[in-house]
Design a protein around this ligand. Sequence first.
Ligand code: UDP
Ligand code: MG
Length: 212
Amino acid sequence: MASSVLRAIRKATKMQPKIVFVLGGPGAGKGTQCQKIVENFGYVHLSAGDLLREERNKPGSEYGELIENYIREGKIVPVEITCSLLENAINGSGKDKFLVDGFPRNQNNLDGWNKSVADKIQLQFVLVFECPMEICTERCLSRGAGGSGRSDDNLESLKKRFNTYLNETKPIIDYYEKLSLVRRIDATRSADEVYDDVKKIFQDYDVAGGDK
Ligand code: UDP
Ligand code: MG
């Protein structure tokens, strides 16, 4: 069957993978909250940053050095690499609900996703963790001091990561805001307090029959 027909059937029968994008500055708590959502709502957590680090660490990876340079500089890796890692993870999982954490982060990410993946999935909403730079920086530095092993949890990389967030990721959030897909969370509080709000968003979505 032609793949376009198959896609139309999957769409009509709601068999497409369901996706929530999770965005927020470095250290806003995306990963921590995603773990909690996975435990309670049965999503699969896909961190774009983790997938890139995993690819970087593969012996002989064609893109290892490029990825490491981008990460240290707080820049966004070209979308072809990130999108194919995400697509492989989605297709290879056998599951149907995904938290895509830390993506799309800039216009290039958004364009690449819209061109090659958006039609094949159902975007439920975009969860945004709001947290000022001072708190984010403090959290990442203590994560670094606590042995995160991340080459970008240092003050110099953090400044660049935060600039990238303000200049490149915020406009992407504005784009989804215009589509009424953004759900914002005050992420300055403790992880459990933040999660109380997160939980409500997922419960409300289910109650409202967002998928139906
Ligand atoms: N990154 C990227 N594209 C993505 C996601 C991450 O290029 O779609 C790179 C980017 O350099 C970013 C780094 O990976 O600064 C770390 O991302 P991660 O999401 O792990 O950081 P977090 O925001 O969770 O602290
Ligand atoms: Mg993370």
